[in-house]
Design a protein around this ligand. Structure first.
Ligand SMILES: NC(=O)c1ccc[n+]([C@@H]2O[C@H](COP(=O)([O-])OP(=O)(O)OC[C@H]3O[C@@H](n4cnc5c(N)ncnc54)[C@H](O)[C@@H]3O)[C@@H](O)[C@H]2O)c1
Length: 362
């Protein structure tokens, strides 16, 4: 029997949170044919209405109790906001459901570490969407570094600046931009370094005179001597006539370099090693949710956890250091530039934006 076409062999999943991310999982899971989306849960009535239209075969519910109580549900996808995640993870453990979680896995560090404590002895599979770890470009560059092509890894420089989510537009439990989005870059820097953060200095700016910095640059060292700089900001020309962004990785070894840039459609990797020079261009791959879901489905079907699946532990370390770097920025003269009127203009423009960066979910 072909496991991909037989309905009763599909993995029964419930999606909790049907906003931007929830819908991306829905689309990818539907496309793959490996998932039976039994439930969709969302707290918002109009979103539930949309779910009914998009997925008439699913049960559409407003609270998650029914999902946890249903013994036939094998996997829960936790895609609501960070304030409800720890409670849902604990319930999933209690009811023996496997977990695909969005990041961060809770809205406070205390709750994140509590989850880590619980999950390590739990009899369920779990992962978290640290999507950069599932990208073709980071895996290609890491493999090249591992092969010794750039000599000893020395410097990791990462930058991600877009005219994206402005303060007050959502993700209110995920923290300022450097935590909400920046934790991905904190994580992938640590993934490359294969070491733990040792020292750091962060500089931020309170753009538009908003109370929290929406741009931060942090540099520092790892215990193994590798140095890093991470720049992240959603302050990149929200009111420019034609918007643009700047996103790159630039990794320097003792002998060679690797780098990557993307325009959200195509990612371009340059590998300048001691024996070969390569230039690779391929589709960017978005959030790589297809990769994550396939790895998770494989793990369930084989009973062996794929080592490529990101761990909740890694997400928690990244979240903790993103908070620490933010805290450090607050101590290092945090100037304010601009005024809240500009921020209001940005929100007004973005409210109606249909083509752009970090669009608001309708
Ligand atoms: N891994 C990534 O690259 C990435 C990218 C974007 C967002 N995220 C994370 O995904 C999560 C969701 O983000 P989003 O952009 O989809 O947000 P969103 O605001 O578009 O969607 C959240 C949805 O959850 C619903 N919701 C809130 N509380 C709920 C609850 N208790 N029970 C059921 N439904 C509830 C809301 O009604 C909304 O529809 C966030 O935690 C965010 O950090 C991760």
């Amino acid at each position: 029997m072909n496991r991909h076409t037989s309905r009763d062999r599909k993995i029964k999943v419930a999606l909790i949170g049907f906003g931007r991310m929830g819908r991306l999982y829905f689309e990818e899971m539907q496309k793959s044919g490996r998932w039976d989306i039994a439930y969709i849960c969302d707290a918002d009535a109009s979103t539930r209405q949309l779910a009914k239209e998009l997925s008439p075969e699913s049960e559409i519910v407003s609270t998650d109790q029914e999902i946890f109580a249903d013994n036939s549900v094998q996997v829960v996808g936790l895609f609501a906001l960070a304030d409800s995640r720890a409670r849902q993870i604990k319930k999933a453990i209690q009811y023996g459901k496997h977990i695909i979680a969005e990041k961060p896995i809770a809205d406070t560090m205390e709750a994140e570490w509590e989850v880590i404590d619980m999950i390590k002895d739990a009899n369920v599979l779990s992962t978290v969407n640290l999507y950069l770890r599932n990208s073709w470009y980071h895996n290609l560059m890491k493999e090249y570094i591992r092969n010794g092509e750039i000599g000893e890894l020395a410097i990791i420089r990462i930058c991600h600046m877009t005219p994206g989510l402005a303060p007050g537009e959502g993700h209110e439990y995920e923290g300022p931009a450097f935590h909400d989005c920046g934790m991905h870059y904190v994580d992938i820097t640590r993934w490359y370094a294969e070491s733990e953060f040792k020292t750091w200095n962060a500089q931020g700016i309170n753009m538009w005179n908003y109370k929290d910095p929406w741009w931060i640059q942090c540099h520092g060292t790892f215990r193994n001597g590798v140095v890093f700089d991470i720049t992240q900001g959603f302050v990149y020309g929200q009111l420019s006539k034609d918007q643009t962004h700047n996103s790159y990785v630039d990794i320097i070894g003792t002998k060679g370099i690797v780098r990557m840039t993307h325009d959200f459609n195509t990612a371009t990797v340059d590998l300048h090693g001691v024996t070969q020079t390569l230039h690779v261009e391929r589709p960017f791959g978005g959030k790589n949710i297809d990769v994550l879901c396939n790895l998770f489905a494989d793990s369930i079907e084989t009973g062996i956890r794929s080592p490529q699946l990101p761990l909740m532990y890694d997400s928690t370390v990244a979240s903790e250091y993103a908070w620490r770097f933010l805290q450090n920025a607050r101590k290092n003269d945090l100037p304010a530039i601009g005024n809240l009127r500009t921020l209001e203009q940005i929100r007004e423009r973005r409210r109606n934006l249909t083509n752009g960066y970090g669009l608001l979910t309708k």
